[in-house]
Every structure is written in C-alpha cells, then in structure tokens.
Write a protein of this length. Structure first.
Length: 304
C-alpha cells in the first residue's frame, strides 16, 4: 500500500482540508503521523470515510503526546520505552496501546515505533563538523567515527533490558489486534536502536509481530556521515522490511523531496515486495512541484 504522511500538513488545523490535499497529490492512503493532535485526529477520522481514504500505518504515539504539566512546568519529555523508570515505561505502553487500538479500528497494517534513547552525549555536532570539513573519509574522520560508535554501542547495552521488557508487552498487544510493529531507524545516533541492535531485536523476538521500518532519509544521512553503508545494512535488514518512510537527504538535511538529495533508490528497490508499505514522509520545506516530481521519480525507480 502506498500513502503519504500527514506530517506534511503538521500545522494544519482542518482535517478535511488535509485529506483534500492528500487526494490532490494523487494518494488514496495516509499514514497518521505522531504530530497529529487529538483535535486534528477528531477531524481526520470522519473525513477518512467521506473521502474513502485508507490508512497504511499509524506513527506512535498518536494522537500527539501532550503531557499534563504540573504548576511551574513548561515542558515534560515524552515517556520512553528505554527508561529505567518502570512507571514511565508503563505510561509509554499505555499510550502505545491506544495507538494500536486506533490502528486496528482504521484497519491499518502497522504502527511505527520509536524505541527510546541512550545516555550517550549526542554526537551530531561532531559528525556534522566532520562532514562540513570534508573529513568523513579521512583517517581522522574514520578514527573519530569509530570511537563515537563504540561509545554508543556501550550505551545501548545499558538500556537494552528496559527496551526488551517494553517490546515483550508491545508484541502481545499487537498480536491480539493483528497489527505489525515497525522498528524505525532513527536519525540521531544516541537514539535506540542502531542497525546492529535492530538486527539483534529481530533475532531475539523471532516470531513476534515485529519488522523493520526503513526510513530512507535517515539511512542516507547515516551514510553521508560515515555511520553506515546501506549496501551493507539492507542485505541484513532488507528481508525484514515491512514499511518505508520515503524522503531524501542532502548532506545531513533530511525530509526533502525524493530526487533532491543523495538517496539510492535503485539499491532500495531490490529489497521491496508487493506487501511493503510505502509512505512518502516529506516536510513542508519541500515545494509542491518538488513533491510531484519526486513521486514521478519513485514510480520510475519502481518504489511506488
């Protein structure tokens, strides 16, 4: 199934207008993004039936997480599956249960998951600096990236048990509702899991309702920053792909229209099946004509 993420209209308040735009772009299905508020979701749901639009997937948490702030608080972080706090993980699981039930009600095939983060110091600035100085493939760059990845691997071990505890509960809920869980590759290295950790999850939970959700733009950024090569990642995780977030990336800037960046769609096409869910996930920075050209490119490449 092919759809477009509602994240393109993340600032829109009118659900019917969003779906009018979806059809104008030529789509008959959407992914409901985790940026969709409760109010906007309340407008989108009846409009889906009116427009005869299907739902490919729902991005956890949906509706958007809105914390109940205590007096004096201005923000509160989203609850994480990777938290060492059992109460926080419980909140994350309860919010996910609601997303799964929404997906089941809409007859969506999958829920896309973010699994949490680690305590490692975010290396984004250091990696981007190497890229800006054209040092990614120099010995200096290779050595620094190797050290960053080793530190991140150690940090991942510290949150593994918490994540696995959460995943055991999630897969039981998903199986009961007939929903697939897509573990997405995140853009920031401090987040969990890495490609290696994803492969381990899929092996350890063999038989669970899990698959790999490949974000094309994130993978392209990782390749540009020297963190991974898709020609090595996809042979391992490609057989487990259940869905795609499709957008392009130039350097370390992502969510641009397909064809405007560095993504290798010819390589990707080798790992898709007719059942692979395909979701265009561009942000508003992509102009309408760029989006339309990108859709045409994806059709030419056999992605759509």
């Amino acid at each position: 199934m092919i759809g477009i993420s509602t994240v393109y209209w993340r600032d829109e308040k009118n659900g019917a207008l969003v779906l009018d735009e979806v059809k104008r772009f030529g789509f008959q299905a959407i992914e409901i993004a985790n940026s969709v508020t409760k109010a906007l979701l309340g407008e989108i749901l009846p409009a889906l039936r009116e427009h005869s639009i299907l739902t490919t997937s729902v991005h956890n948490y949906c509706p958007k997480f809105t914390p109940r702030l205590l007096p004096g608080e201005e923000t509160r972080p989203e609850p994480l599956f990777s938290s060492s706090d059992a109460e926080e993980r419980g909140v994350a699981l309860e919010l996910s249960r609601r997303t799964l039930e929404l997906a089941a009600d809409l007859e969506a095939k999958a829920v896309v998951l973010h699994l949490g983060t680690t305590s490692v110091e975010p290396p984004n600035k250091a990696l981007q600096d190497l890229f800006d100085r054209d040092q990614i493939e120099t010995q200096e760059g290779v050595d620094e990236i190797s050290e960053i990845k080793a530190e991140r691997a150690r940090a991942g071990e510290a949150v593994k048990d918490a994540v696995y505890f959460s995943l055991e509960a999630l897969t039981r809920q998903a199986e009961a509702l007939g929903i697939l869980l897509g573990i997405e590759n995140r853009i920031y290295l401090e987040d969990y899991p890495t490609y290696e950790e994803t492969a381990q999850i899929l092996e350890d939970f063999d038989g669970g309702n899990f698959g790999y959700w490949h974000d094309v733009g994130h993978g392209t950024v990782h390749e540009n920053l020297g963190l991974a090569r898709m020609a090595e990642v996809l042979p391992v995780l490609g057989p487990h792909i259940i869905g795609l977030h499709i957008h392009d990336a130039k350097g370390y800037a992502d969510h641009i229209a397909p064809g405007q960046g560095d993504a290798d769609y010819d390589l990707l096409a080798n790992y898709l099946s007719p059942d692979t869910l395909r979701v265009l996930e561009v942000h508003r920075q992509a102009k309408e004509e760029e989006v339309l050209d990108g859709i045409a490119l994806l059709r030419k490449k056999g992605i759509f």
